[in-house]
Each structure stands twice: as C-alpha cells, then as structure tokens.
Write a protein that binds this ligand. Structure first.
Ligand code: ZN
Length: 280
C-alpha cells in the first residue's frame, strides 16, 4: 500500500488568482489547468493508495481553497482520502476556521504555506494554533522550499523555523514538504533532531540530480525513516513519483561513494505514514 501524504485540491480558475496563476503560467511556459479531478488522480496511482488531500490558503499569493470543498471531496471517497484544513494566519478569522474545519467539517490535519502567505511560522503569536494541533492530534503539512511566486518571501520557506516550533511543541506531528528543496541539508538537520518531524519527497523527481544528491545526504545522516512519500498532485502523479524515485535508485555510486540504498527507497515508497502521523 502507498500513502500519498501530499496532494492538492484546486478548482481553476476559482481557487487560484494572481499572482499565483500568472506566475505559474510564466514558470510553466503557458497556462496549466490545475483543476483536480478524482478520476484523473485515481488513474495515475495504484488502486490501494491512501491519500492526504489539502487545499491551501495564502491571500498574499492569490490562493484560497475553501475548507468545505476539501471536506466534501474527501467525504465522497471514504477510506481513500483524508482531508486537511488550511489556515492563513495573516487573515482575520483563522481561529474560527481552525475550530470549524476540525470540529464541524471533520478535517484531520492542517496545511500551512508560510512563504506564500507571508508569515514566520516560528512567530510565538501562532502558539495557540500549534497547541490546538498538538492537543487534538492534527498533524501539520508545512510548505518548505522554493517557489515561482516572486511575492513569496523565501526566508519563510526555510526549514529551520520549524525547528523552533518543534522545540516548543515536541508532541506536534509535522511534515516539511518537498524536503525543503533546495535547502535539503537544513531540512535534514531539522527532521533528524525531532522525533515527530518528518519530510515528504513530493515534487522532487523532475530534478533528478538534486533528488539523488539529497537522498545521498539522507543516507549519510541516517534519516531514511523520517522521509514520507508524497506526490504534490496535480503538479505530478503518484506513479510518476514512484518511477522517479526508483530511477534515482538506479544511479550508480561515484568512486568512493556507494549508490542509494534501493531497499530504503522501497521502504520509503511504502512507508506506513498514517500510523506515524496518528491518522490510522
Ligand atoms: Zn503542494
């Protein structure tokens, strides 16, 4: 069984405005329809895949997916989809959205996009959010790493901020998205320190040298068990991500350095992430 810990729900153009839409078009060499349809997702993943689906809220970047949309999408596929709520704490109302998304809509984790929304995730003003998540067992999926959106401050994408959050909230389960690319070394330093902090490998396989290099670092630091499988659908698919991981596993070592451990790559692809995140 595969657990995809990172997939999106977007309806275009409704959920994606500018600058996100315009800069996505520029980065991808033309407009891309990011509308998510279950049939397309299911056709590009093994039949027994269980999937965490998130919307996303970042007013500054023109991204806003209503939590009710995510809840309805997930509720229509019980046993296959687990929905997360999303918060943009720069906007009024996030405290109500947190309680409503969790207690009324039944959403089971929280997506944060600090760089896209323009906030410092280590800001002590957010301790209420983290305490609520820790108390109620809601894991966090936090965007870390770079983007094509120029209004999004890179400094808030750095994994090191989540180290401070984990020090103050050691019971909080967190996934740092995209292994913090291209700050993978910093991300590895954070996940290595904290028992409940993980990273996902979503949306990395189309930069194969960087992925190989990052996984070599993971191997050297001995943190394979802290990596979770994710796709970042609709930017890529589960099947393409599995193929991409296996392809870097085929890269031979270089003189003096062994290749990636293929057994560890298979374990990563089949990681029981729902158990680790308390979502089983
Ligand atoms: Zn994503």
């Amino acid at each position: 069984m595969i657990v995809d810990v990172h997939s999106h729900l977007f309806s275009c153009p409704g959920d994606l405005g500018d600058p996100f839409a315009a800069e996505s078009a520029r980065a991808h060499g033309g407009e891309v329809d990011l509308t998510v349809r279950w049939a397309d997702y299911a056709a590009s993943a093994p039949g027994d895949t269980t999937t965490i689906v998130v919307g996303g809220k970042a007013r500054r970047s023109g991204l806003w997916v209503d939590d009710a949309e995510v809840a309805a999408y997930a509720a229509a596929r019980p046993g296959r989809l687990i929905g997360y709520l999303a918060l943009d704490p720069t906007q009024p109302g996030w405290r109500d959205e947190l309680v409503h998304g969790h207690q009324d809509l039944g959403l089971r984790g929280i997506k944060l996009m600090p760089m896209y929304a323009g906030f410092d995730p280590a800001d002590p003003a957010l301790d209420d959010l983290y305490t609520y998540a820790e108390t109620h067992g809601l894991p966090l999926l936090v965007h870390t790493g770079t983007t094509f959106v120029s209004a999004a401050p890179l400094r808030y994408a750095l994994p090191v901020h989540l180290d401070e959050v984990a020090i103050r909230h050691p019971g909080l389960r967190m996934v740092l998205a995209h292994l913090g690319h291209p700050y993978e070394g910093e991300c590895i330093a954070v996940i290595r320190k904290h028992r409940h902090v993980y990273a996902d490998v979503s949306a990395l396989h189309y930069r194969p040298f960087q992925l190989w290099h990052s996984l070599r670092l993971v191997q050297d630091y001995g943190v394979w068990d802290k990596l979770l499988f994710g796709s970042d659908y609709p930017f890529t698919t589960v099947n393409a991500s599995v193929d991409g991981l296996r392809a870097v596993g085929e890269v031979p070592g270089i003189p003096g350095l062994p290749p990636l451990d293929r057994e560890e790559i298979e374990k990563l692809i089949h990681r029981p992430s729902l158990d680790l995140l308390g979502l089983s």
